[in-house]
Ligand binder design. Structure first.
Ligand SMILES: [Zn+2]
Length: 88
């Protein structure tokens, strides 16, 4: 994956770097962040391109978390940040 071909940032015309970053997904004002996810990152502005398999792997769980957060928002609209960690 890493040495196959290094993508170039279309905006800055520099090689992207394969490194860990934070995956972020927002829906209806709810944002889920997943740190320590590997992606191609532009060294100029830090914009990350996640591989389709990474997105596929994360999206089901993230959608469930967003549904859960919508219910939590109805229950306690005052609480706006939840940090969830899962031990490996
Ligand atoms: Zn760039």
């Amino acid at each position: 994956m890493i040495n196959e071909h290094i993508p170039i940032c279309g905006e800055h015309h520099v090689k992207k770097e394969w490194r860990s970053t934070t995956f972020e997904y927002s829906d209806e004002g709810i944002t889920v962040r997943v740190p320590n996810i590997y992606a191609w990152v532009c060294p100029e502005n830090g914009e990350a391109s996640f591989t389709p398999s990474t997105v596929e792997e994360l999206i089901t769980t993230i959608r469930e978390l967003i549904d859960l957060s919508k219910r939590a928002r109805k229950r306690r609209p005052v609480l706006t940040d939840y940090i969830v960690s899962v031990a490996a």
